[in-house]
Design a protein around this ligand. Structure first.
Ligand SMILES: *Cc1c(COP(=O)(O)O)cnc(C)c1O
Length: 356
């Protein structure tokens, strides 16, 4: 049966990415060798990483003066690398979910952290709006998409200081004004590639301002100088990332992708809002993520949650169980998920509602 993959991460990748990765595992670029067994310094792989770098710059319209890096360690490594390299005395953070909490914890190891606002009291079900960022902050850090809680900030905020963002779960789902940012990072396994590589886009002039010594591997300048080849980079995930980036370009770039993403999310949110049985956990439409749609059953139907997951699986739907800190359901609608899968989910919800 055809599967409809709603996993939150690792998550669905385009067939183009998967097919080309499978081919390269057998024979990479006509070398007669698998991508798994070639040197990262071979000319064939150097061509891969260079094209990937250029495509990131092209798709996100990255201005001059920024470097694009492909690093290991996941987005979680960036929680410490960012303050290590950028926090001189004080940084401001917006607390909108578990990932933000983790980022704040690491930043506190390096200096003063001002948590300018938090939605923790409401289990992170909204995006705080009424806050101001102290003008003496070295940067303002926020999570653009809260993968667990289904909230998203789809604008590049004007807060009076330089921005730093964790875009792990919504990068390449909208145009970004990169010039407002000192640094953007994103783990690959939500909208790009298998786990193992993290994209970092960093403004070169923002570096070299802190007094503390930085271990070589954790210093962005090491990786800028060596074009992400200081040590062995995650070769296979970078190859897959390149396939996805080519695919995004073929689709017409991030503006075209955004339109489809919004259409998919609108369809699912209206099914939830129009339902007798289901309800969304993020009530303010402005805050709703177009990547991760979180919803639950109304209290009178709550005991049917497990049944719905079982019913959905008979339709080929996988990965809709909500994160334990929210419960209910989470349907992740990443770029690679086709509209057809949203239709299957919406129809399953309607059929289940009629039956119960
Ligand atoms: C998944 C995720 C992370 C964690 O990524 P790792 O690569 O597992 O470290 C961090 N931030 C956000 C927003 C995420 O969705």
């Amino acid at each position: 049966m055809k599967k409809h993959n709603f996993y939150a991460g690792p998550s669905i990748l385009s067939q183009y990415t998967i097919k080309n990765t499978a081919d390269a595992i057998i024979d990479f670029a006509g070398t007669g060798l698998s991508i798994l067994e070639v040197s990262h310094r071979s000319k064939e792989f150097v061509a891969v990483i260079e094209e990937a770098r250029l495509l990131v710059k092209e798709l996100l319209d990255v201005p001059e003066g920024y470097s694009v890096l492909f690093l290991g360690g996941g987005a979680s490594m960036q929680f410490c690398m960012v303050p290590y390299n950028l926090l001189k005395t004080k940084a401001s953070y917006l607390e909108t979910g578990t990932w933000a909490v983790n980022a704040i914890k690491e930043a506190r190891l390096f200096g003063e952290v001002d948590v300018v606002a938090s939605s923790k009291v409401a289990n992170f079900s909204f995006i705080p709006k009424d806050f101001s960022v102290p003008s003496d902050s070295d940067y303002f850090h926020f999570t653009t998409n809260n993968t667990i809680y289904g909230t998203e900030i789809r604008k590049d905020p004007d807060v009076g200081v330089r921005l730093v963002a964790d875009m792990s779960s919504d990068i390449f789902s909208r145009p970004v004004d990169v010039s407002k940012y000192d640094l953007i990072y994103a783990g690959a396994q939500k909208n790009l590639a298998p786990a193992g590589v993290t994209i970092v886009i960093v403004r070169e002039d923002a570096l070299g301002k802190v007094e503390r010594p930085i271990p070589t591997m954790l210093d962005y300048r090491t990786h800028i100088k060596k074009d992400s080849m200081f040590n062995t980079p995650p070769v296979l995930p970078i190859f897959s990332a390149l396939q996805t980036l080519r695919y995004y370009k073929q689709l017409g770039g991030v503006s075209a992708i955004e339109k489809t993403d919004i259409a998919k999310a609108d369809k699912l949110y209206s099914a939830i809002d129009g339902s007798r049985m289901f309800k969304g956990t993020v009530t303010n439409p402005e805050d709703r993520s177009i990547m991760n749609v979180t919803f639950v059953m109304k209290p009178e139907y709550q005991e049917l949650e497990k049944d719905f997951i079982d019913f959905a699986s008979t339709k080929g739907i996988v990965g809709i169980k909500g994160h334990r800190s929210v419960g209910g359901f989470r349907a992740s609608l990443y770029n690679a998920l086709p509209m057809e899968s949203v239709d299957v989910l919406v129809n399953a919800m309607k059929e289940f509602e009629t039956k119960n």
